[in-house]
Design a protein around this ligand. Structure first.
Ligand code: AMP
Length: 283
C-alpha cells in the first residue's frame, strides 16, 4: 500500500488513474481505525478499482476546548489495518498543505446542519463539508462512503453533493457496534471501564425506543421521556440532545409516522458520544 502525503502528488495520481479509466473510491477518516472504518473500506472495495482512505484529523471541524490535540493518532497501525482490507493508498496530508497561510474559503450547508450536533458544535459542519469538498477535489473519487454513525454528517454531505453538482456517488453504511451494543468510535478509548459500562445506555435506550414503537407508541415526547430516563440513570452522564427528526430534512418529528431518526449525543464524563437509529412505524 502506498502512502501519499502531498496534495499535489495525490492529485497527479488521481488524474493518472482517471486517464486509465479506473474507478476511484474514497473513505475519509480521522484515523485511529476500528472495525467500523474497516467495514466501510471493505464495502467500498466492491465499488471501485482503487480504494483510497484519507487520514486527516481536520483542525477546522474542532471547536475551542474540544479534543483536537488529544484525538488519538496511530498512523503505523492504521496503515497496517487498511492494507489488510485491501486499501491501495493512504492519503495523509499535513494541516499546512490542506490549509496554507491565508486560507479563507469554506463550504457551508445551511438548514440540515443547524440542529443536533450543529447546535452544540458551532462551525463543526462547516469544517466537515469544507474538508470533504477539498478531499473530493484532491482524490477525485467516483464514489465515497460515510457511516450512519455520523448521521447528520451523511445528510449534510449528500446535500452538498446534490447542491454543488458534485459528480460523486455517496454511499452510507449502517453503524458498526461492539458485541455489547456500543457504537464503535475512535473516542471510545477515552472511556475508563465504568464509563464504558455507562456508555452502553446509549444503545440500550435506542433499543428501548424501538420496543416502544413496536408496541404501538407513536408519540415522540413519550418515547424520548423513556430514552432520557435510561440515559440519566447512568452515573456522570449528561444528555447533550435526544431528539426525533425526519431522516432527510432533519426537521423535528412530533410523531413516528414514517422512518424517523432518533439521534443522541451524551457526555459520559468528559467524553461526548453520539449514537442513533431509525425508528420505523411499520416495523
Ligand atoms: P471518523 O474517523 O470518526 O471521522 O470516521 C470516519 C468515517 O467512518 C465516517 O464516515 C464515520 O461515520 C464512519 N464511522 C465511524 N464509526 C463508525 C461506526 N461505528 N460504524 C459505521 N461507520 C462509522
Amino acid at each position: 500500500m502506498r502512502i501519499i502525503e502531498k496534495v499535489s502528488e495525490m492529485q497527479q495520481q488521481a488524474d493518472a488513474w482517471r486517464r486509465e479509466g479506473k474507478r476511484i473510491a474514497l473513505v475519509p477518516t480521522m484515523g485511529y481505525l476500528h472495525r467500523g472504518h474497516l467495514t466501510l473500506m471493505q464495502k467500498v472495495r466492491n465499488h471501485a478499482d482503487i480504494a483510497v482512505m484519507s487520514v486527516f484529523v481536520n483542525p477546522i471541524q474542532f471547536g475551542p476546548g474540544e479534543d483536537f490535540e488529544r484525538y488519538p493518532r496511530d498512523m503505523e497501525r492504521d496503515v497496517r489495518l487498511a492494507k489488510e482490507v485491501g486499501v491501495d493508498v493512504a492519503f495523509s496530508p499535513s494541516a499546512t498543505d490542506m490549509y496554507p497561510e491565508g486560507y479563507q474559503t469554506h463550504i457551508e450547508v445551511t438548514e440540515v446542519t443547524r440542529p443536533l450536533c450543529g447546535k452544540s458544535r458551532p462551525g463543526h459542519f462547516q469544517g466537515v463539508t469544507t474538508v470533504v469538498g477539498k478531499l473530493f477535489h484532491i482524490v477525485k473519487p467516483h464514489t465515497a462512503i460515510f457511516g450512519e454513525k455520523d448521521f447528520q454528517q451523511l445528510v449534510a454531505i449528500r446535500r452538498m453533493v446534490r447542491d454543488l453538482n458534485m459528480d460523486i456517488e455517496i454511499l452510507g453504511h449502517p453503524i458498526v457496534r461492539e458485541e455489547d451494543g456500543l457504537a464503535m468510535s475512535s473516542r471510545n478509548v477515552y472511556l475508563n471501564s465504568e464509563q464504558r459500562n455507562n456508555a452502553l445506555r446509549l444503545s440500550q435506550s435506542l433499543r428501548e425506543a424501538q420496543t416502544l414503537v413496536r408496541q404501538g407508541e407513536r408519540n415522540s415526547a413519550a418515547i424520548l421521556a423513556q430514552v432520557r430516563n435510561i440515559l440519566e440513570a447512568g452515573k456522570d452522564m449528561r444528555i447533550d440532545y435526544a431528539e426525533m427528526r425526519h431522516p432527510e430534512t432533519l426537521q423535528e418529528a412530533q410523531q413516528i409516522e414514517g422512518p424517523t431518526l432518533l439521534a443522541l449525543a451524551v457526555f459520559v464524563g468528559a467524553t461526548r458520544l453520539i449514537d442513533n437509529c431509525i425508528l420505523n412505524a411499520s416495523a
